[in-house]
Design a protein around this ligand. Structure first.
Ligand SMILES: [Ca+2]
Ligand SMILES: [Ca+2]
Length: 330
Protein backbone atom coordinates (compact mmCIF):
# COMPACT_ATOMS: atom_id res chain seq x y z
CA UNK A 1 0.00 0.00 0.00
CA UNK A 2 1.31 3.41 -1.01
CA UNK A 3 1.19 6.16 1.63
CA UNK A 4 -0.66 8.96 -0.14
CA UNK A 5 0.79 12.07 1.55
CA UNK A 6 -1.32 14.43 -0.56
CA UNK A 7 -4.54 12.69 0.46
CA UNK A 8 -3.65 12.77 4.18
CA UNK A 9 -2.58 16.40 3.93
CA UNK A 10 -5.97 17.29 2.40
CA UNK A 11 -7.84 15.37 5.12
CA UNK A 12 -5.74 17.10 7.79
CA UNK A 13 -6.31 20.53 6.24
CA UNK A 14 -10.07 19.94 5.98
CA UNK A 15 -10.20 18.80 9.62
CA UNK A 16 -8.43 21.96 10.76
CA UNK A 17 -10.82 24.07 8.65
CA UNK A 18 -13.85 22.30 10.21
CA UNK A 19 -12.42 22.72 13.67
CA UNK A 20 -11.87 26.45 13.19
CA UNK A 21 -15.14 27.05 11.37
CA UNK A 22 -17.53 25.07 13.55
CA UNK A 23 -15.92 25.38 16.97
CA UNK A 24 -16.59 29.11 17.31
CA UNK A 25 -19.79 30.40 15.79
CA UNK A 26 -20.24 33.81 17.34
CA UNK A 27 -22.73 35.66 15.21
CA UNK A 28 -24.93 38.71 15.42
CA UNK A 29 -27.29 40.48 13.10
CA UNK A 30 -27.42 44.08 14.27
CA UNK A 31 -29.92 46.62 13.10
CA UNK A 32 -30.84 50.04 14.43
CA UNK A 33 -34.37 50.64 15.65
CA UNK A 34 -36.22 53.37 17.51
CA UNK A 35 -35.25 55.85 14.83
CA UNK A 36 -37.59 57.89 12.70
CA UNK A 37 -37.40 61.08 10.71
CA UNK A 38 -38.08 63.30 13.70
CA UNK A 39 -35.41 65.13 15.61
CA UNK A 40 -36.16 64.15 19.20
CA UNK A 41 -35.82 60.35 19.21
CA UNK A 42 -33.07 58.37 20.84
CA UNK A 43 -30.96 56.01 18.75
CA UNK A 44 -31.42 52.56 20.21
CA UNK A 45 -29.51 49.42 19.33
CA UNK A 46 -31.24 46.26 18.23
CA UNK A 47 -29.53 43.00 17.34
CA UNK A 48 -29.76 39.26 17.70
CA UNK A 49 -26.87 37.21 19.02
CA UNK A 50 -26.26 33.80 17.49
CA UNK A 51 -24.04 30.78 18.02
CA UNK A 52 -22.24 30.81 21.35
CA UNK A 53 -22.29 34.61 21.69
CA UNK A 54 -23.66 35.74 25.06
CA UNK A 55 -22.72 39.44 24.92
CA UNK A 56 -22.45 42.21 22.37
CA UNK A 57 -19.75 44.84 22.25
CA UNK A 58 -21.28 48.06 20.97
CA UNK A 59 -19.54 50.77 19.00
CA UNK A 60 -21.50 53.69 17.55
CA UNK A 61 -20.15 55.46 14.49
CA UNK A 62 -20.87 59.07 13.60
CA UNK A 63 -20.06 59.37 9.92
CA UNK A 64 -17.02 57.22 9.21
CA UNK A 65 -15.51 57.35 12.71
CA UNK A 66 -16.45 56.02 16.12
CA UNK A 67 -18.36 58.22 18.57
CA UNK A 68 -15.85 57.13 21.24
CA UNK A 69 -12.13 57.80 20.85
CA UNK A 70 -11.33 54.84 23.10
CA UNK A 71 -13.69 51.90 23.74
CA UNK A 72 -12.20 49.33 26.11
CA UNK A 73 -14.88 46.94 27.49
CA UNK A 74 -12.24 44.38 28.63
CA UNK A 75 -14.08 41.41 27.19
CA UNK A 76 -13.00 38.05 25.88
CA UNK A 77 -9.70 38.21 24.03
CA UNK A 78 -8.25 40.48 26.73
CA UNK A 79 -5.24 39.00 28.53
CA UNK A 80 -2.32 39.87 30.81
CA UNK A 81 -0.53 41.91 28.14
CA UNK A 82 -3.17 43.30 25.79
CA UNK A 83 -6.78 44.45 25.50
CA UNK A 84 -8.67 45.57 22.42
CA UNK A 85 -10.03 49.00 21.58
CA UNK A 86 -13.32 48.57 19.69
CA UNK A 87 -13.34 52.14 18.35
CA UNK A 88 -12.35 52.83 14.76
CA UNK A 89 -9.17 54.51 16.09
CA UNK A 90 -7.57 51.18 17.10
CA UNK A 91 -6.25 52.55 20.39
CA UNK A 92 -5.45 49.07 21.69
CA UNK A 93 -4.02 49.01 25.22
CA UNK A 94 -1.00 47.21 26.59
CA UNK A 95 -1.17 45.73 30.06
CA UNK A 96 1.93 46.31 32.18
CA UNK A 97 2.97 44.74 35.51
CA UNK A 98 0.68 42.49 37.49
CA UNK A 99 -2.71 43.87 36.47
CA UNK A 100 -4.86 40.72 36.33
CA UNK A 101 -7.54 40.00 33.77
CA UNK A 102 -10.72 38.29 34.96
CA UNK A 103 -13.36 37.20 32.45
CA UNK A 104 -16.18 37.29 35.06
CA UNK A 105 -14.99 40.00 37.50
CA UNK A 106 -16.57 42.98 35.69
CA UNK A 107 -19.43 45.23 36.80
CA UNK A 108 -21.87 43.17 34.73
CA UNK A 109 -20.31 39.78 35.41
CA UNK A 110 -18.17 40.06 32.28
CA UNK A 111 -14.47 40.94 31.95
CA UNK A 112 -12.44 43.52 33.92
CA UNK A 113 -8.91 44.19 35.19
CA UNK A 114 -7.82 43.93 38.82
CA UNK A 115 -5.01 46.07 40.25
CA UNK A 116 -3.54 44.88 43.55
CA UNK A 117 -2.29 48.33 44.63
CA UNK A 118 1.19 47.23 45.64
CA UNK A 119 4.24 45.23 44.71
CA UNK A 120 5.01 45.50 41.03
CA UNK A 121 3.78 48.54 39.19
CA UNK A 122 0.75 47.87 37.02
CA UNK A 123 -1.31 49.75 34.49
CA UNK A 124 -3.38 49.40 31.35
CA UNK A 125 -1.83 51.85 28.92
CA UNK A 126 -2.86 53.51 25.67
CA UNK A 127 -0.27 55.57 23.87
CA UNK A 128 -0.41 58.04 21.00
CA UNK A 129 -3.85 59.48 21.78
CA UNK A 130 -5.15 62.77 20.43
CA UNK A 131 -7.61 64.15 22.98
CA UNK A 132 -9.49 67.34 22.04
CA UNK A 133 -9.88 70.28 24.44
CA UNK A 134 -13.38 69.17 25.42
CA UNK A 135 -13.80 65.52 26.27
CA UNK A 136 -15.44 62.98 28.59
CA UNK A 137 -14.07 59.89 30.31
CA UNK A 138 -16.50 57.13 31.33
CA UNK A 139 -15.67 53.97 33.30
CA UNK A 140 -16.69 51.61 36.11
CA UNK A 141 -14.54 51.16 39.22
CA UNK A 142 -14.73 48.97 42.32
CA UNK A 143 -12.22 50.11 44.94
CA UNK A 144 -11.01 47.56 47.46
CA UNK A 145 -9.06 49.67 50.00
CA UNK A 146 -9.34 53.14 51.53
CA UNK A 147 -5.68 53.60 52.44
CA UNK A 148 -3.30 55.27 50.01
CA UNK A 149 -3.80 57.68 47.13
CA UNK A 150 -5.23 55.74 44.21
CA UNK A 151 -5.41 57.00 40.62
CA UNK A 152 -8.39 55.87 38.55
CA UNK A 153 -6.49 57.07 35.49
CA UNK A 154 -3.80 59.55 34.56
CA UNK A 155 -2.50 61.31 31.48
CA UNK A 156 0.54 62.58 33.39
CA UNK A 157 1.72 63.02 37.00
CA UNK A 158 -0.52 66.09 37.35
CA UNK A 159 -3.37 65.37 34.92
CA UNK A 160 -5.16 62.59 36.74
CA UNK A 161 -8.35 61.56 38.54
CA UNK A 162 -7.44 60.15 41.93
CA UNK A 163 -9.03 59.21 45.24
CA UNK A 164 -7.54 59.61 48.73
CA UNK A 165 -9.04 57.87 51.75
CA UNK A 166 -12.41 59.45 51.01
CA UNK A 167 -12.05 62.34 48.55
CA UNK A 168 -11.83 62.46 44.76
CA UNK A 169 -9.55 64.98 43.04
CA UNK A 170 -9.03 66.06 39.45
CA UNK A 171 -5.35 67.07 39.48
CA UNK A 172 -5.08 69.07 42.74
CA UNK A 173 -8.74 70.12 42.72
CA UNK A 174 -11.19 68.50 45.15
CA UNK A 175 -14.34 67.34 43.38
CA UNK A 176 -16.42 65.33 45.88
CA UNK A 177 -16.47 62.50 48.40
CA UNK A 178 -15.82 59.08 46.96
CA UNK A 179 -18.59 56.47 46.98
CA UNK A 180 -18.27 53.38 49.17
CA UNK A 181 -15.62 50.70 48.61
CA UNK A 182 -16.10 47.09 47.56
CA UNK A 183 -18.94 47.79 45.15
CA UNK A 184 -19.13 48.94 41.56
CA UNK A 185 -19.73 52.61 40.74
CA UNK A 186 -19.89 54.36 37.40
CA UNK A 187 -17.78 57.50 36.91
CA UNK A 188 -17.93 60.09 34.14
CA UNK A 189 -15.57 63.06 34.10
CA UNK A 190 -16.56 65.84 31.70
CA UNK A 191 -13.77 68.33 30.95
CA UNK A 192 -14.42 71.59 29.12
CA UNK A 193 -12.08 74.32 28.00
CA UNK A 194 -13.04 77.84 26.93
CA UNK A 195 -15.88 79.74 28.60
CA UNK A 196 -16.99 76.79 30.73
CA UNK A 197 -13.43 75.79 31.72
CA UNK A 198 -14.47 73.20 34.23
CA UNK A 199 -14.25 69.57 35.14
CA UNK A 200 -17.49 67.92 36.28
CA UNK A 201 -17.66 64.47 37.84
CA UNK A 202 -20.79 62.32 37.75
CA UNK A 203 -21.01 59.19 39.89
CA UNK A 204 -23.72 56.65 39.05
CA UNK A 205 -25.28 59.18 36.69
CA UNK A 206 -25.64 61.95 39.30
CA UNK A 207 -23.57 65.12 39.70
CA UNK A 208 -20.87 64.50 42.32
CA UNK A 209 -18.71 67.63 42.09
CA UNK A 210 -17.33 70.41 39.91
CA UNK A 211 -13.78 71.73 39.74
CA UNK A 212 -12.65 74.95 38.15
CA UNK A 213 -9.31 73.80 36.88
CA UNK A 214 -8.84 72.57 33.37
CA UNK A 215 -5.96 70.22 32.66
CA UNK A 216 -4.71 69.41 29.19
CA UNK A 217 -4.26 65.67 28.63
CA UNK A 218 -1.15 64.24 27.06
CA UNK A 219 -1.00 61.55 24.40
CA UNK A 220 -0.52 58.69 26.85
CA UNK A 221 -3.22 57.27 29.09
CA UNK A 222 -2.56 55.07 32.15
CA UNK A 223 -5.39 53.25 33.90
CA UNK A 224 -4.73 52.39 37.53
CA UNK A 225 -1.42 54.18 37.93
CA UNK A 226 0.24 57.59 37.98
CA UNK A 227 2.25 57.26 34.76
CA UNK A 228 5.37 55.27 35.52
CA UNK A 229 5.58 55.81 39.29
CA UNK A 230 5.90 52.58 41.22
CA UNK A 231 3.81 53.67 44.20
CA UNK A 232 0.22 54.80 44.39
CA UNK A 233 -1.34 52.16 42.19
CA UNK A 234 -5.08 51.66 42.01
CA UNK A 235 -6.38 48.95 44.34
CA UNK A 236 -9.47 47.31 42.92
CA UNK A 237 -11.23 46.65 39.63
CA UNK A 238 -11.71 48.86 36.56
CA UNK A 239 -14.08 48.06 33.71
CA UNK A 240 -15.51 49.44 30.47
CA UNK A 241 -13.26 52.47 29.98
CA UNK A 242 -14.31 54.92 27.28
CA UNK A 243 -13.19 58.38 26.13
CA UNK A 244 -15.42 60.67 24.06
CA UNK A 245 -14.21 63.73 22.17
CA UNK A 246 -17.01 65.96 23.49
CA UNK A 247 -18.70 66.88 26.77
CA UNK A 248 -21.43 64.25 27.15
CA UNK A 249 -24.91 65.35 28.22
CA UNK A 250 -26.09 64.13 31.62
CA UNK A 251 -28.82 62.21 29.77
CA UNK A 252 -26.15 60.25 27.85
CA UNK A 253 -24.15 59.70 31.03
CA UNK A 254 -27.23 58.27 32.76
CA UNK A 255 -27.98 56.10 29.76
CA UNK A 256 -24.47 54.59 29.82
CA UNK A 257 -24.80 54.03 33.59
CA UNK A 258 -28.19 52.32 33.26
CA UNK A 259 -28.00 50.50 29.91
CA UNK A 260 -24.36 50.31 28.91
CA UNK A 261 -23.75 51.70 25.45
CA UNK A 262 -27.04 50.58 23.90
CA UNK A 263 -28.49 54.06 23.32
CA UNK A 264 -27.41 57.44 21.97
CA UNK A 265 -29.82 59.92 23.51
CA UNK A 266 -31.48 62.65 21.47
CA UNK A 267 -29.43 65.34 23.29
CA UNK A 268 -26.33 64.05 21.43
CA UNK A 269 -27.96 64.05 17.98
CA UNK A 270 -27.86 66.80 15.38
CA UNK A 271 -29.88 67.13 12.17
CA UNK A 272 -28.46 65.39 9.10
CA UNK A 273 -25.88 63.36 11.02
CA UNK A 274 -25.35 59.79 9.85
CA UNK A 275 -25.08 57.19 12.60
CA UNK A 276 -24.20 53.51 12.32
CA UNK A 277 -24.21 50.74 14.92
CA UNK A 278 -21.37 48.22 14.98
CA UNK A 279 -21.89 45.07 17.02
CA UNK A 280 -19.12 42.61 17.84
CA UNK A 281 -20.53 39.37 19.27
CA UNK A 282 -18.46 37.75 22.00
CA UNK A 283 -18.74 34.53 24.03
CA UNK A 284 -16.42 35.48 26.90
CA UNK A 285 -13.43 33.99 25.13
CA UNK A 286 -13.34 35.25 21.56
CA UNK A 287 -15.04 37.76 19.27
CA UNK A 288 -17.16 36.85 16.29
CA UNK A 289 -17.14 38.98 13.18
CA UNK A 290 -18.17 42.61 13.71
CA UNK A 291 -21.37 43.54 11.89
CA UNK A 292 -22.52 47.03 10.92
CA UNK A 293 -26.11 48.16 10.63
CA UNK A 294 -27.24 50.32 7.77
CA UNK A 295 -26.78 53.99 8.60
CA UNK A 296 -29.50 56.25 9.95
CA UNK A 297 -29.74 59.93 9.07
CA UNK A 298 -31.05 62.17 11.82
CA UNK A 299 -34.09 64.03 10.50
CA UNK A 300 -34.92 67.71 10.79
CA UNK A 301 -37.27 69.08 13.41
CA UNK A 302 -40.82 68.71 12.08
CA UNK A 303 -42.40 71.87 10.65
CA UNK A 304 -46.13 72.43 11.35
CA UNK A 305 -48.31 71.42 8.42
CA UNK A 306 -51.13 73.53 7.00
CA UNK A 307 -53.71 71.62 9.07
CA UNK A 308 -51.75 72.55 12.25
CA UNK A 309 -51.94 76.25 11.37
CA UNK A 310 -55.68 75.88 10.58
CA UNK A 311 -56.30 74.26 13.99
CA UNK A 312 -54.39 77.03 15.79
CA UNK A 313 -56.40 79.71 13.91
CA UNK A 314 -59.69 77.97 14.74
CA UNK A 315 -58.72 77.72 18.40
CA UNK A 316 -57.74 81.41 18.58
CA UNK A 317 -60.99 82.46 16.87
CA UNK A 318 -63.08 80.34 19.26
CA UNK A 319 -61.31 81.65 22.37
CA UNK A 320 -61.41 85.22 21.03
CA UNK A 321 -65.14 84.88 20.28
CA UNK A 322 -65.84 83.43 23.75
CA UNK A 323 -64.06 86.34 25.44
CA UNK A 324 -65.98 88.85 23.20
CA UNK A 325 -69.38 87.38 24.11
CA UNK A 326 -68.52 87.24 27.81
CA UNK A 327 -67.67 90.94 27.67
CA UNK A 328 -71.01 91.65 25.90
CA UNK A 329 -72.82 89.86 28.76
CA UNK A 330 -71.15 92.06 31.43
CA1 LIG B 1 -16.19 44.39 30.93
CA1 LIG C 1 1.01 45.34 41.79
Amino acid sequence: MVFNIKKYFMIFSFSIFCLLFFSVQVDATPTVSGVSATYDDNLTSSYTLGGTADRAIIDWKLGDSSFSLVNLPFEGGSNSTWTKDYSSYSNNATVVGDATYGSTTGYDGNGSYYFDGGGNQESVRVTGLTIPQNYSVSFWANRQASSGLHPYFSFSKTVLLKVSSSNIYWGGMYLCHSPSNSEWHHFTLVVENGAASQAVLYVDGELCGTGANYLTPTANLYLGSITTLVNDNWNGYIDDFKIFGRPLSQEQIQSIFQDGFETIVSEELVDDEEWTLEVTPNNGTVDGLSVESSSVTIGDAPTPEFSDYAMILLLMTTVGGFIYFRKQDD
